[in-house]
Design a protein. Structure first.
Length: 172
């Protein structure tokens, strides 16, 4: 993963590596059109005791939507397309290009993380208990995507557990 000085980017990468989190994020992204960075931001803000309103989430989604649509999604689409192609005579070159696209996609996500982290300061969130706020933020985003609570419960549980694992004090 590209290095970034943002706390959110570090948090997002650490949570994404936790068991079950990548699968939950990709299911939400591929099946329901979720922005994985928004999903992780909901957790990050919540664990800072920030409860995001529906309006906050809408403003955040609009703020990063053009970047996601114009930069991240085309890179992801090209990378995924290359993975499906049978160009055996170009295998090495295609794999190198795919790796470069993945690196560019991650760099673009790191820049989106910076945009989102800066945006948190301009939101007018309500303070709440950290664990409750993380789950509430995520439920609010899933609701905005039209995901019924019953369908969203499994990914919500995996995501919150991943965030708690990252934020838990180290065991001695």
């Amino acid at each position: 993963m590209p290095h970034s000085t943002t706390d959110f980017w570090q948090f997002a990468n650490q949570v994404y590596e936790q068991p079950g989190v990548a699968a939950a994020c990709l299911w939400l992204q591929d099946r329901h059109g979720a922005d994985v960075m928004v999903v992780l931001f909901c957790l990050w803000a919540g664990h800072r005791a920030v409860l995001l309103s529906g309006d906050d989430l809408d403003r955040l989604r609009r703020h990063v939507g053009a970047w996601r649509d114009g930069v991240i999604q085309p890179l992801r689409a090209a990378r995924r397309w290359l993975k499906q192609q049978p160009y055996t005579e170009l295998r090495d070159g295609a794999e190198a290009l795919r790796a470069a696209l993945k690196d560019s996609e991650l760099r673009a996500e790191a820049l989106q993380a910076r945009l989102m982290e800066q945006r948190l300061a301009s939101l007018d969130p309500t303070a709440a208990p950290a664990g409750d706020a993380a789950a509430a933020n995520l439920r609010g985003y899933l609701t905005a995507l039209g995901i019924p609570p019953s369908a969203g419960q499994v990914p919500l549980t995996a995501l919150c557990a991943g965030a708690r694992a990252v934020l838990a004090p180290p065991r001695r």
